[in-house]
Ligand binder design. Sequence first.
Ligand code: SF4
Length: 347
Amino acid sequence: MERRREIYFLDGVPQVGTRYYGIVDQGTNVVEVRPTSLCPLNCVFCSVAAGPLEGRRWADFTVKKDALVDALKAVVRYKGDGVEVHIDGMGEPAVYSDLVDLVQDVKSIRGVSVASMQSRMFTLTERSVEELAEAGLDRINLSLDAVDPPLAARLANAGYYDPRRAMALAEYAVRNTSIDVVVSPVWLPGVNDDQMPKIARWAKAAGLGKRWPPVLIQKYIPHRRGRNPRGVKAVDWGAFWSRIRAWEAQLGMKLDWRGENPFGVERRAELPKPIKAGQRIKVRIVGRGVFRNEYLAVSNRLADDPLIDRAVTVISEKPLKPGDEAVVKVFEDEDNILMARAEVVFL
Ligand code: SF4
């Protein structure tokens, strides 16, 4: 099996329609922006199977900042005021080379009230944290699943990952800049149970949560396309919340924020759905998709309108190449993420 991975620097393609990059709308005032699928870690529980060691990935994506921002302007105009733009993706957004400019552009869009990002922070520096603050970044959701360095490196499957670096940068951010940091560890039952109270105590002592809750413990949910560590069993929601309440009692700290909406998430009109599940459409192949046998394609009829134009993920056992045209049947359209199967290919 060929293991070489291609990296695409995308411009001139629709920004809505795929999980790989671009804009994901879930019908709320929080719009997710995905600048890159690259990530330097290989977390053993990664829900999107990112990182250099993953054999199932055969391509990664980075988007040209201006193309992303142009499309985002149209999406924010459609959504109205009070929009949070959350920079995230199938990778680590902090490795995106235009991140500071992206934040600046995002924050200058009329209607954007909050700019936030997900990150492990360990690739940042004090200087880049300051630059992000100056550009207008309001919040970093810090992914940190262990404070003990050997366990953290084992979970990241990367000897070069040191959680102390991320923690020091988070402390620097909340003490010296306007950025708030919310730590969001994934609880892996039986693996990092003892780390959750340690993380929560550290967050409180470090002054995280200046404007938002300091700690949001995440439930481990196995994903079909993700990496699911052997021997780790996901608990059900009932067991999850009772464990959260037990930690709350132990720490004297609020960890259950259900019903309080501290992030101000509101329902907003979804983007139009010009292509729906069940439809057959003609597409042009742009290149590989992230996972083997997946391809990135664009609909053949583009309107030059970011609210209407769509990228499509095409699954094909038969190898396809850029420029090929195909008739595909769309089988999934949730949140305007279009998954399709190739039926007829015109080479
Ligand atoms: S969990 Fe995040 S940091 Fe870890 S491999 Fe996945 S994308 Fe990278």
